[in-house]
Design a protein around this ligand. Structure first.
Ligand code: ARG
Length: 461
């Protein structure tokens, strides 16, 4: 059942029907498509392009279709090319000739651009809400672990001590920036393309601003050609999703590592772990691994759409139909990943004693020892060399710095005094890092306060 049979003398080849159709995936737009049509016909009536009676019949028909699809009474079937044809054909079947006026002053090109925008706009809002839930869990864990010491790493080698709260604070910032990105996208995409027609506007006196207002947009888009050929917002959204997935993936990688026997920093909950069919002892972090793995497919969708768009001349080309499956795939992947990740994180147990033990070993206080010498008036570069020699000595003796006696220390530099032991204790190493953005408990406490108040204020709309 086609909307465009008039100029053709032959039936479309079955292979073409199948290849060309988008209804198997764009049926997910039915709510948006019908909402958009109701706004369009409301505007057509206020402009005197259709009568009020016709408008009322069309709206009643569309609302009936919507209710029937929702209740399952009306099934969306593959005999139609796309969701737009499905709704319009059903409308005409239900209300007769008035239904044939719905598409006045409109093309599927501006219609699909509208549906996609409406869909993505609400997805941006949903993604933002899920991120907010995750941020709340992260904040809770931070609050509980301001004094949980752990080693910080660079090159995956022990570097300097910090706290679990501080480590999680880094993820807090990442996901907070993700929300900022969604906010920017929302702001930029929130304009209505209806009225752009196929590419060159229309000859009817449409009130584009009114349609935009009915659909809660900030206004109408500017250029009709751009309106039908712009998919920047889909790409921006896929890009934002890719970055969110990247953040989740890094977080997952750390949890996987921390969950190993070797690290032993966390224990994943049984409800979020899986077993092995052969090795009875196994408890695997499959959820975290899958999220890490699925990140690749979201990147793939982004790259696919960028590539699809790169050679397209203005204005609409059918290539652009390819945006939908990439978008839906990424959207579904993200929603599932984010939801299960937040649920999993809520249940993770932190082995704080092992973390603290880890923080103490591996010369994580070496920088602080150099800083001690600096406070005694030794230039930093000299202090660095002295401590390097001291570490080499400890390694050959299999000792920690704190195991050395004062005379032993003084053999490396006379500036060492008895207060050195306190100065490089784990507690001092962390508490002395007391500048904004650093792990000292007071600083982290402050950033938690600030984060909490920002969290309640910020959202995409
Ligand atoms: N299914 C099409 C798409 O997703 C709808 C627009 C069709 N327009 C056209 N001129 N064939 O892009």
């Amino acid at each position: 059942m086609k909307l465009w049979g008039g100029r053709f003398t032959k039936e479309t080849n079955k292979l073409v029907d199948d290849f060309n159709a988008s209804i198997s995936f764009d049926q997910r737009f039915y709510e948006q498509d019908i909402k958009g049509s109701i706004a369009h016909v409301t505007m057509l009536a206020t402009q005197g392009i259709v009568s009020d009676d016709e408008k009322d019949m069309i709206i009643a028909g569309l609302e009936g279709i919507l209710a029937d699809i929702r209740s399952g009474k009306l099934e969306i079937t593959n005999e139609y090319e796309d969701i737009h044809s499905f709704v319009e054909s059903n409308l005409i079947e239900r209300i007769g000739d008035a239904g044939k006026k719905l598409h006045t002053g409109r093309s599927r090109n501006d219609q699909v651009a509208l549906d996609m925008r409406l869909y993505i706009r609400s997805e941006v809002e949903e993604t933002d809400a899920l991120l907010k839930d995750l941020l709340k869990v992260i904040l809770r864990i931070m609050k509980e672990n301001i004094d949980t010491y752990m080693p910080g790493f660079t090159h995956l080698q022990k570097a300097q001590p910090l706290t679990l709260a501080h480590h999680f604070g880094a993820y807090f910032e990442m996901f907070r920036r993700d929300r900022g990105r969604l906010c920017d996208i929302h702001e930029r995409m929130n304009y209505c393309p209806l009225g752009a027609g196929a590419l060159a506007g229309t000859t009817y006196p449409l009130n584009r601003e009114y349609t935009a207002e009915l659909l809660d947009f900030k206004g109408a888009t500017n250029n009709s050609m751009d309106s039908v050929s712009d998919r920047d917002y889909v790409i921006e959204y896929l890009c934002a999703l890719s970055i969110i997935m990247m953040h989740l993936s890094r977080f997952c990688e750390e949890l996987i590592l921390w969950n190993t026997n070797e690290f032993h920093f966390v224990e994943m909950d049984d409800a979020f772990s899986t077993g092995s069919s052969i090795m009875p002892q196994k408890k695997n972090p499959d959820v975290a691994e899958l999220i890490r793995g699925k990140t690749g497919r979201v990147y793939g969708d982004l790259l696919a759409l960028l590539t699809t768009m790169k050679g397209l001349p203005l204005a609409y080309n059918k290539d652009m139909q390819e945006d939908k499956e990439a978008f839906f795939d990424s959207r579904d992947t993200l929603i599932k990943s984010l939801t299960v990740f937040t649920a999993m994180l809520r249940t993770v147990t932190f082995r704080t004693e092992d973390m603290e033990r880890g923080a103490a070993g591996g010369f994580t206080n070496a920088t602080d020892l150099a800083d001690y010498l600096v406070r005694q008036g030794v230039p930093f570069r000299d202090a660095h060399r002295v401590v390097g020699e001291l570490v080499a000595h400890c390694l050959s003796e299999n000792k920690a710095i704190l195991d050395l006696s004062l005379p032993e220390l003084q053999a490396f530099h006379p500036a060492f005094q008895s207060d050195v032991y306190e100065a490089i204790s784990l507690k001092a190493c962390i508490e002395r890092r007391a500048i904004p953005g650093a792990p000292a408990p007071d600083m982290v406490e402050q950033s938690i306060q600030e984060a909490r108040s920002r969290l309640s204020k910020e959202s995409v709309h």
